[in-house]
Each structure stands twice: as structure tokens, then as C-alpha cells.
Design a protein around this ligand. Sequence first.
Ligand code: CU
Length: 486
Amino acid sequence: MNLSIKNPMIHRLLLCLAGAALLSSCVNKQSDKEYDNAVDIPVNQQMIAELTAPPNVPTPVGKRKAKKLIVDMEILELEGEMTSGVSYIYWTFGGTVPGSFIRTRVGDEIEFHLKNHPDNKLPHNIDLHAVNGPGGGAESSLVAPGHEKVFSFKVLNPGIYVYHCATAPVGMHIANGMYGLILVEPEGGLPPVDKEYYIMQGDFYTEGKYGERGLQAFDMQKAVNETADYVVFNGHVGALTGDNAITATAGETVRLFMGNGGPNLVSSFHMIGEIFDKVHVEGGSLVNENVQTTLIPAGGAVMMEFRVDVPGDYILVDHSIFRAFNKGALGMLKVDGEEDLKIYSGEQSEQIYLPEGGVIQSMPGSKAKSEEVKATSLEERIKFGKDIYGRTCFACHQADGKGIEDAFPPLANSDYLNADVDRAIDIVLHGLTGEITVNGKQFNSVMTAQNLSDEETANVLSYVYNSWGNSKKEVTPEMVEAVRNR
Ligand code: CU
């Protein structure tokens, strides 16, 4: 329930007695709200609810009166792509993960039609966290394949709410993608913004490890252990990167409706390079301001607003950061428009920094040559190189050398790598910035110079060249030294 005090007169009196300072706001509040209790808001017309697939949201409610809103939701079990080469059978509300976005206002009466497609294999239902009633609707909506269930509820509390399937085993239905968001706008609607988007995080558990090719089955034991193979935004790796990135123009205001389906993990949601001006904490009425990272519980949601000031690529992550770079929880907001150098200068200069003068210094972390065990064969060089790769390279380029789409280029089967060994040595020694094309795809990121000795550089490059379909070259310390000295 939204209000525990049913008598509107007593409620108003208590509010006004709360203090003299509150008196004026209390009067204002009364003047722009027609009803003290949302349950009294009348409904006279009916309309079909607009439902949208992520990352899109339906038209704002604006000033419209409360209505009887018909929600027509179809459950579909279908095969989709988790990441390149990996497919998964998703169970969905409306054919997408997360499910169709439902947009309502306080006082709407929802007539919910839940249809289970005849080709589906299982019964399902729906628990909407915006419902005041047993099971959030689940008890009234269990529906077998080829059937339709109808139930109604009145939305009383403004906020952003998760809905999900609650059919046993509940965790399994949620883990397969059965969740989405329902927005309840206050009377008069949310303040207008320029752009609105719909995102949900979810964790997935597959029999094969991350990236293992083919159709992957759900792994119940991994789900019980909470050891996710994939943690993603909007159902699969890359749903919000590359051509799928969300967009805005510098100067625009953006609102994100951001939920977490779970089933297990809590999201530390962060946007690299942006501060959330306002966050509706846990999706409710409490507004926090100037937030860097906001916590989104499993089965919870937040609503955040921010103004984008300068153009660029802003990366959305779960700041439990291995999830972002190793399990898929990475998205992108691409902002175009005018630079504002007062807000962000970009790189202004780079100078040599030599606090101890111009003598030759050893880089931190590099070993003196005398301590180093040198490889005596190509096999040993590859073996040593694999260890270096595991502690230096794999976070970006991944254990399988495939990189991260739109962020870090692949080393596997890499035309760029195989075309020029000296260039590869130079990049490991000195780093690389700017646009390159690898296997027909463009990348524009930064690789820092690595603090590796000539021996270590030779070993790691020999490992890379002798892995994943590359050209099987051996890189020697002498080759590295030649590039270092040129
Ligand atoms: Cu279900």
C-alpha cells in the first residue's frame, strides 16, 4: 500500500502538524494532487499499453488521466546468441531479455493478459513488484503453453519496478531471462528529459565456460553456487556496444531505467566518465544526487538522470570490474556534439619525466637480466610466455586471444599481428594509441607500454604467435633488443 493512513483528513492534519516549515510545501502538495489515496483515482477510458523492447521505452504518460490499461504480454522460449559463436535458449516476456517495458501512471488499472505461446515447453507466470496483492500477480497468472491468463490490478505506488517469472524452480526461470521493468509515473508524469533508455543486468550460468562455442545449456549447480559465466546488460554480450550503443548529444539530459534481474548478483552500476546527477535510490521516491556508482540489488531497479556535457564514448560497467572485462557487463553511451574544453581538456601535453636526471633507469617491475631464467628452446619460450600472458595481457585480450568486441582487438588469427613482427614488438615495448583495423574491424583504444624485459617480451610474443591460428614465429630477445635500440 502507498498510504497507511486511510482517512484523508487525519492524514492531511498529521502532515501539516509535522512542523511549521513543512506547512507551505504541504499546502502546495495538496493543491497539485487531486486524490490523497491513489486507490480513489477514477478510471474511465481504456487503452492498449505500448510495450517496447530494450533499450527503448514507451512514450511518457505526461498529463494523461488514469486509464484502464490493457497489457498484452506473450511469453516466448527461443534460441538467441549469448556472444559470438555461443547460443542459448532464452525464456522471455515478449521475445527479449529483459522483457517488454511497461509504462503506467499512478491510478491506472492494469488488465494483464499473459499468453504462453503454444510452441513453448513450460508453464510460466508473472510476479510484478508494482502489484499490491498475493504473489505480485503470480498466484493468478500461472499459464500453460497454448493458454492465456487475465488478471487486474491498480497501480498505487510511483517508482520503477522489476517483474519476473515466479514459476518453480523460480531461480531457473529468472536465470533464463524472465524479467523486465514496469514504470509507474507519478500524477503529471516524470520531468521531461531528452533521452530515455531501458537496461537490465543479468547473470547467466552455462555448462561451458565463458566463450565456449555452441548451444550452451543452463547449469543449475553453477547457479546455486552463484558462479556466473556471463554477467551482461540486456541479455547478451555486446547488447549495448558497437552499433547497439545508446546515444545522446552533448548538452542533452538522459534518464536510464536500470534494473537487475539477477538471479544472484548485485550490480555496482557505474558509467565511466559520467556522474549521475540524480538517482532514485532502489527505484523509489528517495533521490540521491551526484552519485558515482549506484547499487542495484537483484530484483531491484533504479532510475537515474544526468546531463552529458562533452562528446565521447562513455562505458557502462558493473564496477565489480572482472564482470565488465571478463564476463560481458559492458555497454556504451556514444555522445556526439560540441567539445567544451572548460569541462574537459583532453590530453594537453606529454613530457619526459626523469626525477633522477637523464641516467638510464630500470622500469619498475622489470627484472635485472642476471636474475632471469632464460628459455633454452622454443617450447620453453612458449611455456614461459604463457605465464606472462596470463598475468599481463589476458584481462584485455582474453584467455582465448579473442579480445573484447569494440574495446580490445583480438590476437587470435590476427592479420595485424601476423603482418609485422617488429611492429608487434614495438607495441609491447612502447604501447599504442589510436585507430587500427584488425581482421576488418576498427579499434580505437589505448594499450600502455609494458614493463617487460627483452626476454619476457620475446617469450610472450612467441606464445601469442604460436597460439590461436597465428603464424608460429619465434620472437627472440635479440629481435626485441634490435627494435628497442632503433
Ligand atoms: Cu517462467
